[in-house]
Design a protein around this ligand. Structure first.
Ligand SMILES: *[C@@H]1O[C@H](CO)[C@@H](O)[C@H](O)[C@H]1NC(C)=O
Ligand SMILES: *[C@@H]1O[C@H](CO)[C@@H](O)[C@H](O)[C@H]1NC(C)=O
Ligand SMILES: *[C@@H]1O[C@H](CO)[C@@H](O)[C@H](O)[C@H]1NC(C)=O
Ligand SMILES: *[C@@H]1O[C@H](CO)[C@@H](O)[C@H](O)[C@H]1NC(C)=O
Ligand SMILES: *[C@@H]1O[C@H](CO)[C@@H](O)[C@H](O)[C@H]1NC(C)=O
Length: 464
C-alpha cells in the first residue's frame, strides 16, 4: 500500500518538478531516510505483497469451482474415501468482487436491527400457539414434551434505536404471491423454516395448503397465493455424503469442496433464498473429495478450513448466477449454543437445562460462537455485499439461554437410566423451541421488501 502511494507521488512530482525543485529534493531525501531507517517496515510490505501474489506459496493451486463433470459420481451416504491423505493446500479461486453497495451501508446506519434486547411481552407473543401449527416438529415442540415454564414464548426482540413493524400475515402473503421462498441449510435453518410456515399457515384453509413429505427438498404450498415456502437440507452447502435429511453421518463427513451444483439445481429457481451453515463444521476434521480426484482419494482438513472452501464455492455460485434484480439472497450467521452455564454464571456447572430467562448482559458472547468462523464468513460475505444480505442472528440469540428445548423434545435414541437421572447430560442446547427465538427471525425477514429494493428495506421495516 505504502509502495503504491510512493509511486503515485513520484508521478505527480515528475509532472510538477520544474515548479517545486526544492520540495522534490526534500521529499526524496525523506524517502531515502525512510527506506534506510525502516527496513523492517519495507520488509513487511514485501512479505505482504508476496502473500497477495503468491510468489512464495508456489504450491497453492486454485481450483475453479462448480464445473460440471457429468461422469462424476454424486456423493451420497454410501460414499467412501478409498484412502485419505493430508490437505494439499488447494484453494477455491476467488470470485470477482461484486461492486459494493453504498445503499446498503446507508440503510444500516439508520438502525442496527440486530442490536437490542429481549423484552417481556405476553400481549402480542407468542405469534402462534404450538398446538395450532400442524407442521410443528417434535424436536422443537417443547410445551408438548413437558416444558411448563413458558416465559420463553413471551419475548419480543426490541432493537435499541428503532421499532420493528408488527407481524402482519396477509401483508407477508401478498409479498410472497407467485414466489418461491426457500431456506437452505441445516437443522437450525429448518427450525427457521418451520417457524415461518407456522407463522404463515394459520390464514390458509386446510384444503388450500399442502406439505410435501420430508425429502432433501420439503415444500409448503399455498394454493391461492401460488406461493411456496421450502426447505432444502444441505448442512454443508457443498455436495456431501450427508445430504440425506434423515440418514446422515456426522462422524465421517465427506464433501466435494469445489461444487454446490447438486444443491444448486434445486435452489436455482427460488426467488428468495435464505442460507445458513455452521454447526456441521464444528465436529473435528472433514474429508475433501475434489472433483479432479478420479480414484476416491480424499484429503483431510479442519472444519474451519473446509467451511471456507465450501463457502468460497457457494460464493462463486452466488456471484455468477444471482441477478440481484430478480433474486434476494440472505445468509444467516451462526446460531449459538449454551452448553456451559459457567460462561454466563461463573462457578455454576450446568448448561441450558432449567434456564428460564434470557441473559441480560449486553454483548454477552459464549464460546459456542466461534470468532474465527465469524471473521471468515464476514470476509466472504463482504465480497458479495450487493447480492447477499446478512441476517446477523448471533448476538441476539446469544442472550437466549432459555430458548433451547433441553430435555423437552422427542429424542430419537433411547435414553439410558444414567442419562435420565442427570437431565443436563442429554439436554439439547443447540436447537430452539417453537414458538420462540426463530419467530423473531421470521418477523423482520417478512418485511424485507420483496420488490427487490435495498434502499427501502429499513424504511418499510421501521415503524415511523
Ligand atoms: C401477562 O403477564 C402479566 C404479569 O405476569 C399477568 O398479570 C397477565 O395476566 C399476563 N397476561 C396474559 C394475557 O397472559
Ligand atoms: C395487515 O395488512 C393488511 C394489508 O395491508 C391490512 O388491511 C390489515 O389491517 C393489517 N392487519 C393488521 C392486524 O395490522
Ligand atoms: C405461479 O408461480 C410460478 C412461479 O413460482 C409462476 O411461474 C406461475 O406462472 C404462477 N402461476 C400462476 C397461475 O400465477
Ligand atoms: C476406489 O478405487 C477402486 C479401485 O482402484 C475404484 O474402482 C473405485 O472407483 C474407487 N472409488 C472411488 C470412489 O473413486
Ligand atoms: C454480526 O454481528 C457481530 C456482533 O454482533 C459482529 O461481530 C459480526 O461481524 C457480524 N457479522 C456479520 C456477517 O455482519
Amino acid at each position: 500500500m505504502m509502495a503504491n502511494k510512493v509511486s503515485f507521488m513520484m508521478q505527480r512530482w515528475s509532472r510538477k518538478k520544474t515548479h517545486f525543485p526544492l520540495l522534490v529534493i526534500l521529499l526524496l531525501a525523506f524517502i531515502v531516510f525512510t527506506v534506510l531507517h525502516n527496513e523492517r517496515t519495507i520488509l513487511q510490505i514485501h512479505e505482504g505483497e508476496d502473500h497477495v501474489h503468491h510468489h512464495r506459496e508456489a504450491s497453492v493451486t486454485y481450483v475453479k469451482p462448480n464445473r460440471l463433470n457429468p461422469s462424476q459420481d454424486v456423493l451420497d451416504r454410501f460414499s467412501k474415501c478409498n484412502s485419505t491423505r493430508g490437505y494439499s493446500g488447494r484453494r477455491i479461486a476467488r470470485v470477482d468482487r461484486s461492486p459494493s453497495s453504498g445503499q446498503r451501508r446507508m440503510a444500516s446506519e439508520k438502525c442496527d436491527v440486530f442490536s437490542g434486547e429481549w423484552v417481556f411481552d405476553n400481549a402480542s407473543y407468542p405469534l402462534y400457539n404450538e398446538p395450532d401449527c400442524p407442521y410443528m416438529s417434535d424436536q422443537l415442540a417443547c410445551h408438548k414434551h413437558g416444558r411448563s415454564d413458558l416465559g420463553y414464548q413471551y419475548r419480543r426482540w426490541q432493537p435499541h434505536n428503532c421499532n420493528l413493524k408488527r407481524w402482519n400475515v396477509t401483508e407477508m402473503w401478498e409479498k410472497l404471491r407467485g414466489k418461491r421462498l426457500m431456506f437452505v441449510g441445516d437443522s437450525l435453518n429448518r427450525g427457521q423454516w418451520i417457524s415461518m410456515v407456522c407463522l404463515l399457515q394459520a390464514v390458509i384453509p386446510p384444503n388450500k395448503r399442502t406439505m410435501s413429505p420430508n425429502a432433501p427438498l420439503t415444500i409448503f404450498r399455498a394454493e391461492e397465493y401460488n406461493a411456496t415456502v421450502e426447505f432444502l437440507w444441505a448442512p454443508l452447502l457443498a455436495e456431501s455424503n450427508s445430504d440425506d435429511p434423515v440418514n446422515h453421518r456426522l462422524d465421517e463427513r465427506i464433501i466435494r469442496p469445489d461444487s454446490v451444483l447438486k444443491h444448486a439445481s434445486q435452489w436455482e429457481h427460488a426467488d428468495i433464498l435464505v442460507f445458513n451453515s455452521y454447526l456441521w463444521w464444528r465436529q473435528g476434521p472433514v474429508k475433501l473429495l475434489w472433483s479432479a480426484e478420479d480414484n476416491g482419494v480424499c484429503e483431510e482438513l479442519d472444519g474451519l478450513g473446509a467451511m471456507e472452501l465450501a463457502m468460497g464455492t457457494w460464493a462463486d455460485w452466488v456471484a455468477s448466477k444471482v441477478d440481484p434484480l430478480k433474486k434476494r439472497v440472505f445468509f444467516v450467521t451462526m446460531s449459538p449454543t449454551h452448553f456451559w452455564s459457567r460462561e454466563w454464571e461463573p462457578g455454576s456447572e450446568g448448561n441450558c437445562f432449567g434456564q428460564k430467562t434470557p441473559i441480560d448482559l449486553e454483548s454477552y458472547w459464549g464460546s459456542g460462537s466461534d470468532l474465527p468462523t465469524m471473521r471468515m464468513v464476514n470476509k466472504i460475505l463482504s465480497q458479495l455485499s450487493s447480492k447477499v444480505s446478512v441476517i446477523n442472528i448471533t448476538q441476539l440469540s446469544e442472550y437466549r439461554k432459555d430458548g433451547h428445548p433441553s430435555i423437552y423434545r422427542k429424542f430419537w435414541e433411547t435414553l439410558r437410566p444414567e442419562q435420565l437421572s442427570n437431565p443436563a447430560s442429554y439436554s439439547d442446547c443447540i436447537h430452539w423451541c417453537l414458538p420462540g427465538v426463530p419467530d423473531w427471525q421470521g418477523r423482520p425477514l417478512s418485511l424485507f421488501p420483496l420488490d427487490w429494493n435495498y434502499l427501502f428495506f429499513l424504511i418499510l421495516t421501521l415503524d415511523s
